[in-house]
Design a protein around this ligand. Structure first.
Ligand SMILES: Cc1ncc(COP(=O)(O)O)c(C=O)c1O
Length: 531
């Protein structure tokens, strides 16, 4: 080709252009695309004369109009130039290509991009991201984790409030907003959290973010130094902690016992940790509530060592057995605890509205960092959320959802207990939207999860959430989006999957928490694996 360029003659036409009359792509588009590709790859150089439309049409066996259409497009895009008397040429100023370089036409590559990304970003590929396999012919949302009852989202009310907000939107609400979040939402959240969660704060300490995920990302940016250590729960939700891992922080997995995070272990293994990430109200995924003694001990440790306690309060609005427990933040009086909450479980995950309640001295740094990340969540959504809370819809929705989830949990526990062969052991949980169903010793969680997906049920094995701890096998079952009337069908499907996997026997007595031992050391994440 080097030898025949830059002349583009009758003999080179079949080399450069191959048309397929049966293709769905129109002929003029095929000519235009192939010529463009030849120019981009350097096979047709700037200044090369193109054959006349008459010659090209005759050679290709198409109408002259078809060729003209292709040329017109290339002229409009500046690839070729046409002058009366001088014919049509590849544009002289067209020099995207290194001189002389002949590039292969670009083809989509398979696999990860070759472009270098940072070392820290490469670590994201190692974070376990617990994602249930999508079930074929799913039975409701059985048993997707963290998914609320989306069919009960108050669409009408939300649409009415949103319509009102949009119709009355002022110029300043369409402009950039406050990076800390809209004041009326911060006020509504502060009042709600004080009333329902015992969080002690005012609107100045609240920062509105894009879900808990946005909160954890910001916390990692603002507070964590590369190489510093942070205690994390094991088992725990490492997906949420991806940003922490990529900040270069060394995560130290700490086992969970019946009182919550095993502090004695943590203090022994990494007394110099700078932060701890906990779900004290309803440990994810085991469901343990951190005892008062443990809470006070944790706060005492944080206060003494100037460490931060990050409290992820993701689902504690749904407490059935008593009034929701006071948040750790309320016990601490806003000194060392950074409280993280979200509307993802109480309303729906696509809203991407979460919040952080900060100790006062941290507010300015967080707001400043926020400005450089995503500035703020959409203002009108924030205003609608504020109206939803202050006008009482949120409280009503939470009450309805609380009794709905309780009903769904009861139905799930009944279905598991009456399942064939009593192969399941389960401890009902006083809160939330998921349960751990324990399996007989030796059961292969991963195989069961894959088989269950074919039977219409998504679930995740407990191992997916473990870092170093060990313990009996089990499935983590999210029941928030499964109607009570479908629960027996969903458990039957799981039972069929158990049969197919040859899982027999009965589990050991349901442990309240995984009592597995944890080996010493920091974790840098594990390769993602289908659980
Ligand atoms: C324990 C825990 N924290 C955080 C999140 C993330 O929630 P968000 O949608 O607010 O980012 C989840 C999601 O399932 C979760 O289970």
């Amino acid at each position: 080709l080097e030898a025949i360029m830059p002349r583009f003659t009758r003999s080179t036409i079949p080399v450069l252009l191959r048309l397929d009359a049966r293709a769905r792509e129109p002929l003029f588009r095929q000519i235009d695309t192939q010529l463009r590709e030849a120019m981009l790859s350097g096979r047709l150089r700037p200044g090369t004369a193109l054959p006349s439309t008459r010659l090209l049409a005759a050679e290709l066996g198409v109408s002259r109009n078809t060729v003209r259409q292709a040329f017109d497009q290339l002229i409009a895009e500046g690839f070729i130039e046409s002058e009366i008397g001088a014919g049509t040429r590849v544009a002289a100023g067209f020099a995207l290509q290194q001189p002389g370089a002949v590039r292969e036409p670009t083809r989509p590559r398979r696999g990860p991009p070759r472009a270098p990304v940072s070392r820290l970003t490469r670590r994201l590929a190692e974070v376990k991201l617990p994602q249930s396999p999508r079930a074929a012919r799913p039975i409701d949302g059985a048993f997707r984790l963290g998914l609320p009852a989306l069919d009960r989202f108050p669409v009408e009310t939300w649409a009415r409030l949103a319509g009102r907000r949009w119709r009355r939107a002022t110029a300043s609400q369409l402009d950039y907003g406050d990076p800390q979040g809209e004041r009326i939402l911060r006020e509504a959240l502060a009042a709600h959290l004080g009333r329902t969660r015992g969080v002690s704060c005012d609107a100045d300490q609240v920062l509105v973010v894009s879900g808990s995920q946005g909160a954890l990302d910001l916390i990692a940016r603002v507070l964590l130094e590369p190489g510093s250590k942070a205690w994390v729960e094991d088992p725990g939700y490492y997906g949420a902690l991806g940003p922490v891992l990529t900040s270069g922080t060394r995560m130290v997995p700490v086992p969970i016992d019946d009182e919550g995070l095993d502090l004695a272990y943590a203090r022994r293994v990494a007394p110099d940790a700078r932060a701890v990430f906990v779900t004290p109200s309803h440990q994810f995924p085991l469901g343990v509530t951190m005892s008062l003694g443990r809470r006070l001990e944790l706060l005492e440790w944080a206060g003494r060592g100037d460490a931060w306690v990050v409290e992820d309060d993701y689902d504690s609005e749904f407490r059935y057995d008593a009034r929701p427990l006071t948040a750790l933040q309320g016990l601490d009086g806003g000194q060392r605890v950074i409280y993280v909450g979200t509307l993802s479980k109480t309303l729906c995950p696509s809203l991407r509205i979460g919040y952080i309640v900060l100790p006062r001295p941290l507010v300015e740094s967080f707001v400043r960092a926020r400005r450089f990340v995503d500035t703020h969540p959409p203002t009108i959504h924030q205003l609608v959320a504020a109206d939803f809370i202050t006008e009482g819809h949120y409280g009503r929705h939470l009450r309805r959802m609380r009794s709905l989830y309780r009903e769904r949990q009861d139905a799930l526990v009944r279905a598991l207990r009456s399942a064939r062969g009593s192969r399941w052991r389960v401890s009902p949980s006083g809160a939330g939207m998921h349960l751990v169903a324990w399996l007989p010793p030796g059961a292969d969680e991963a195989q069961l999860v894959d088989t269950a997906a074919r039977e219409g049920v998504s679930a995740l094995g407990l191992a997916m959430f473990r870092s170093r701890s060990t313990g009996p096998p089990g499935l983590v079952l999210g029941y928030g989006s499964v109607r009570a009337s479908r629960m027996a069908d969903a458990i039957e499907a799981l039972d069929r999957a158990m049969d197919a996997c040859g899982i027999t026997g009965v589990p050991d007595a349901a442990p309240r928490a995984a009592r597995g031992r944890s080996r010493t050391g920091a974790v840098r994440g594990r390769r993602t694996r289908k659980g």
